[in-house]
Design a protein around this ligand. Sequence first.
Ligand code: PEP
Ligand code: MG
Length: 759
Amino acid sequence: MRQGEVRVVPSGKGVDSRELLKRLAAVMAEPGTGQERLDRIVDVIATSMETEVCSVYLKRDAQTLELCATRGLRPESVHAVRLKVGQGLVGRIAEEVAPINTADAPHEKGFRYLAETGEEVYSAFLGVPIQRLGEVLGVLVVQTAEARQFSEDEVHGLEVVAMVVAEMTELGTFTGPGAMEVAATHRLPFFARGIPAQEGAAMGTVVLHEPNIVAKVPVAEDPEAERERLGAALAALRAEIDGMLDDDLLKTSGEHREVLETYRLLASDRGWLRRMEENIASGLSAILAVEKEQSETRARMERVQDPYLRERLHDLDDLARRLLRHLAGADGPSRDLPEDAILVARNIGPAELLDYGRALKGIVLEEGSVGSHAAIVARALAIPLVIQAARVTREAQNGDLILVDGDEGVAHLRPEENVRRAFEEKLAMRAEAQKAYAALRDLPALTRDGQRVALYMNAGLMADLPSLPHCGAEGVGLYRTELQFLVRSKVPRRGDQAEFYARVLDAARGKRVIFRTLDIGSDKVLPNMKRQDEPNPAMGWRAIRLTLDRRGVMRMQIQALLRGAKGRPLSIMFPFVAQMEEFERGRDMVLGEVAAERALGHTLPETLQIGAMLETPSLAFAPDRFFRITDFISIGGNDLKQFFFAADRENERVRRRYDTLNTSFLDFIAMIIRRCAEHGTPLSFCGEDAGRPVEALALCAVGIRTLSMRPAAIGPVKRLLRAIDLSEARGVIDAARAEGAMSVRPALMRWLREIEAPL
Ligand code: PEP
Ligand code: MG
């Protein structure tokens, strides 16, 4: 602290925060407008702390703080003085989320003189953030003319008061008729730009996955009773953790156990407990005492760089969240969902998401990634999903109106009227398009020049199967079996797996399903597997590489598939085959299991086809024999493209840099088509590009005749294919290539616009 020229009077003052909080509680209970309450609050604080000034600055938006009430500064400066976050001492407090305590404010770093307030006569300054769970809602300041340093006790006291003011803000104490000037941030429109993870659009009501627990009574009447409540909640929390530790499966898996052991230690941490008890002793209710501790953890989390420490703070944050749940008596997601529920969460596990199921109209996550399991489930359920929507859980309140645009990756919270109207128009247009697709459902994907393209769907969860009869797919061209494993906390046993595959085939009602064996690896970890630290998981020990090494897992899955078929035709496909020998070894295992099943007298599938996914460029150059012995090939375009261009499919920076319609890539596909044709090997394409109409058209133009895609993509792809002449499209591509185009996209788009194709 800098002292300048003034004489600092050390203060041994304390503040009876319990008494102060009692008076605040009385203010809350009195009738009056928000402004009147706020005015009374600054009076009470100034009187209790014996300061000439007390002011409350509240956030008007993410960047602006406004003086909303004061005792001591000029009354006309209320609602007139505004500061940016980072500006002046008040702005600095909001930015750094830390108090400033100085005897000589004018010489403090960042001081900014605000003439309209008349504050030049005040030397000592103590300001603390008004925050709730790490979110700064405003700043609370006291000032005195006497140059004195505020005591630690006073700092703590003011922080406690700020907590209560934060809670009151959240409860809407300062809003109401005639009090719009002090509207809480959570009532203003909020726009979140995230990343699209599942297309679609929805308008609905916010349902917070982790309900925002607001203490109705922030001030404790009876500290002893609050301490007991905290004690009981902690006991329940420890029992919850012990329960998880007792889970049979977890006993065998190192990783989870370590995390839980850490949790158990943290939950008994004396320091943690002491800090919360101190908060109660200063007059806060148990809920607020935990919140205060959690706010401080979050503030620290923003500051520390060290990944290990961050991880620990994350654990503490999670523990506090669980503890709050016990205190509020809320456990888990509520089952009473509104009809138009839109889930807002920091992140969510796949199993939890499956619990909500199709009851959700949309999902907005603050974290998450395109390849995360939650995203996979959202895609299976065709629920519009936006991920990486910063701050959304802090801004959203249960019951808010929210618009989710999964195509653009944005969400509008509490939108303004014109935004809502434009969105409703978009929804209406989408509904029209859906009708058009439904009308095509039973028609073939037949081009104008009579070329027939087979359209299949991709699946991976039981939740996908209901789409099969509705989307018009001819079958399932790619069944990602690992999804079923990943969304469970235990590896399904052989019998369960067999049962599951049987149900998939039942649901397919005779339509073909191609089961892909487990495509797991370091980024997709089975519940009982140890995570491998690999520098490049996508190119690491994954898929067939892993299952050939862990033969037990593969054998169990193959047996389950053979039995689940119950005598029906069966297609099995190996992922990520990079050279012929891997396919041969996989195929030998299948044939070995067939022989074993036969010897046991078990029913065998009526027919058995064993194929390979072509996802690495090397396989396209495999010996002719590979093309002869494989029953079919499916191009996994997602992986193939990432390895062809050496551009990580999960990396936003490079992901979109290379076009599927690049002539090099299309030529490469054409070469695979030629090689398959030479040997009569059936070929399909099952990456995401199969479901993008223009890409699908280009793939068909170079010779692909079977595509497998997301169910929702079948309508748009079919509509385009039925509207065009494939040989003409081929002509456009050839001409562009002959002219030396790098990508055929511009030429193809020009042509599609000319012929007014439905895009
Ligand atoms: C692919 O790589 O294109 C593919 C279909 O498999 P996945 O997306 O599961 O890797
Ligand atoms: Mg793949």
